[in-house]
Structure formats: C-alpha cells, structure tokens
Design a protein around this ligand. Structure first.
Ligand code: HEC
Length: 116
C-alpha cells in the first residue's frame, strides 16, 4: 500500500512538472529527460550558439556528418574529449557520469533525427 502511494505521488509530481513547462516536450522518456537537464545546464554553453564550431542543438545540417558515426562513437567523443578538446571531456564537467553524458548525447541526437 505504502509503495503504491509513493508511486502515485511520484507520477503526480512528474505530471505537474510537465504541465508547468511552457513548451511541453510531449512526455520525454526518462533517459532523454535526464539528458535534457544535462544539456541545458552544461552543454548548452557551447552547443547553444555554436561556440568554436560546436554543432548547434536542433540544427540538422550541423549534425548531418556527425550522426552517421553512431551513438557509441559520439558518446565516446563526448566522454573523452574530441577535436583537440575543443569539445572538452564531459563538456568540462568531470562530475557527470558516463550515463549522464550518454543521455545528453541521446537527447542531442533526438533533436535532429526523427523518432525511429
Ligand atoms: C566548451 C564548449 C563545449 C561544451 C561545454 C560542450 N561541447 Fe560538445 N562540442 C564542442 C565543439 C567545439 C565541438 C565540435 C568539435 C569539432 O568537431 O570541431 C563539439 C562536438 C560535440 C559532439 C560531436 C562529436 C563528433 O564526434 O562529431 C558531441 C556528441 C558533443 N559535442 C556532445 C557534448 C555534450 C554531451 C556536452 C555536455 C555534456 C558538450 N558537448 C559540451 C564544444 C563543447
């Protein structure tokens, strides 16, 4: 009983959070929602405006050559750094876990490729 109650509360909180979003991203899966958070707090510093040539979020042209490398390669570049660390390891935030970086990359990819 107690557990069920908790689950209902958590669901309610999620729904409430979704409703307060002025631009509801039609219920993102949990990993993408977590990735969005990382992107909007860390990666956006460069990927928002294209600093140093960073591929801009949601710009399909700028991602066209990068996407074919596949998720694993992009994630590894994001974790380890890329292009002489113009793309710094973990976006310059060593506190991010591998999973957090992967979710962030997945979210970035989701902005420029249609759902399969
Ligand atoms: C200090 C600026 C900066 C920050 C912060 C940053 N990036 Fe980047 N990122 C870049 C630049 C610049 C490039 C393009 C490098 C190149 O190819 O010349 C890049 C490229 C990438 C690529 C493409 C790599 C490839 O193989 O083509 C991915 C994926 C990526 N970044 C993910 C992330 C993620 C995830 C975060 C946040 C955790 C992040 N970046 C934060 C600057 C940044």
């Amino acid at each position: 009983m107690k557990l069920l109650h908790k689950t209902l509360l958590a669901t309610g909180a999620l729904l409430a959070a979704g409703c307060s979003d002025p631009n509801p991203p039609e219920t993102l899966p949990a990993d993408l929602a977590a990735g969005k958070q990382v992107v909007e707090t860390t990666c956006i510093a460069c990927h928002g405006q294209g600093l140093n040539g960073a591929p801009i979020l949601g710009n399909p042209k700028m991602w066209a050559k990068r996407l074919p490398q596949g998720e694993d390669t992009l994630v590894s570049h994001a974790i380890n750094g890329y292009a002489y660390d113009m793309m710094p390891p973990r976006g310059g935030n060593p506190d991010l876990s591998d999973t957090q970086v992967r979710n962030a990359v997945r979210y970035m990819m989701s902005l420029v490729q249609p759902e399969t």
